[in-house]
Design a protein around this ligand. Structure first.
Ligand SMILES: CC(C)(COP(=O)(O)OP(=O)(O)OC[C@H]1O[C@@H](n2cnc3c(N)ncnc32)[C@H](O)[C@@H]1OP(=O)(O)O)[C@@H](O)C(=O)NCCC(=O)NCCS
Length: 161
């Protein structure tokens, strides 16, 4: 049984360790990390799942980015501890935070990930949205929190000011 809560400053290194465990080595060399450098995450959307003993089971973070002249949320990293994978925790973290983002008035979400996993949450391939290279365009996915929010939104993805 996991409980989700907003990530605190004390959680930061434990969440980093979880991401190190869940992802291949060198994750911070990925181009998406350049979009996060020197930019604060969107705190209310950074959530940590802990079990009844306080052990971390999963975590998700979001950053603000720009796509052309528009604001967007960059979902990720998201990870679930290897021993807790496949039990719905990843889906719970994504659904919880997407609902919060919608409530808070964000219009659109972007991520780089596996379409077969994210399609179940409504993410679709984005045409004309260019992540910093090297990024496989088939992995650039978007979700509209407001109907039509991705219509006509194209261009390079850049760091939020
Ligand atoms: C991806 C991840 C966050 C999913 O969390 P989870 O709690 O394991 O997933 P859920 O329990 O919500 O969903 C499980 C389902 O997703 C599928 N799935 C998981 N990862 C997948 C992937 N990369 N591509 C396609 N399907 C995937 C599983 O096969 C399973 O399918 P089923 O429902 O048909 O049985 C987790 O597996 C993880 O941390 N992976 C390593 C880090 C990572 O790749 N993060 C995402 C970067 S894009």
């Amino acid at each position: 049984m996991f409980t989700l809560a907003q990530e605190t400053a004390d959680d930061w290194w434990e969440v980093e360790a979880l991401f190190d465990l869940a992802f291949a080595p060198g994750r911070t060399a990925l181009s998406s990390y350049r979009l996060r450098e020197d930019v604060a995450p969107v705190a209310p959307l950074c959530r940590v799942a802990r079990d009844e003993n306080g052990t971390i089971g999963g975590a998700i973070r979001y950053w603000p980015v720009r796509v052309g002249d528009h604001d967007a949320l960059l979902l990720g990293p998201v990870a679930v501890h290897p021993i807790a994978q496949g039990e719905g925790l990843g889906a719970a973290l994504i659904r919880d935070t997407v609902a919060r983002a919608e409530e808070q008035g964000f219009a659109r979400v972007l991520l780089v990930g596996d379409a077969p996993y994210y399609a179940r949450f409504g993410f679709q391939r984005l045409e004309g949205v260019e992540m910093p290279p090297p990024t496989n365009p088939d992995r650039v996915l978007g979700l509209e929190l407001v109907p039509g929010a991705w219509a006509g939104v194209t261009g390079p993805v850049t760091r939020a000011a």
